[in-house]
Design a binder for this molecule. Sequence first.
Ligand SMILES: O=C(O)CC1=CCC(=O)O1
Length: 254
Amino acid sequence: MKLHHAAEGPADGPPLVLLCSLGSTIDMWAPQRAELADEFRVISLDTRGHGDSPVPDGPYTVEDLARDVLETLDDLGVARASFAGVSLGGAIAQWIGLYAPERAATLAMLCTAARFPNADTFRDRAQKVRAEGTAAIADAVVARWFTEDFAEAEPDTVARMRDQIAATPAEGYAGCAEAVAAWDVVDELGGIAVPTLVVGGVEDPATPPENQQILADGIPGARLETVTNAAHLASFQRPDVVTPLLREHAKGAS
Ligand SMILES: O=C(O)CC1=CCC(=O)O1
């Protein structure tokens, strides 16, 4: 399935693909897109069921979502790229590292997990949004994305991001929540042979830092960075730290 996307930066620049978290659109990458487009061909994609991408009936799997990404890149003529994904997007990056490594020059996995904590809560969430709509969970979810200090300092930004969650089609959100619930590659991480950066947020309640430690311990040669004053959307709250990390890592692509 082809995904809605934005392609920015020089057409002949090294491709850098940005993958989103559950309940977000390519707007979550706003702090990185313009900045990294100075040297990369930045391709950000709305995950299936989100933003302006198609919304088939769920459940979906991470494999479905990753195949959508690769099909869209095929359509764009991109055979190999660096990938950076937050949370669900980080699971997609793991899948590509495991099952389509020839497509990946580097991988960056942000605020994600090889098996998400409390998988049942994502099945419950899927059930709730199918019954009541995505707005029913938007406040609770956005509270996990940013630190309390940030939420107090930037209420308009947080409200905008909350609205992004509430605008996500219920079936798309539910299908992706079911993909999150089923994701478990803890025992396969040793098979990822692509240069990998793992980034965590110190105050992330959704995928606390021990999850990134598991990724970094399991993926041979992975580099781990943990960002302070950051919760689940560390890339959005701390672009001052995360964007240079992404740049440096993707530049190391061979
Ligand atoms: O939505 C959450 O609470 C955290 C999360 C899990 C997967 C994802 O993309 O976000």
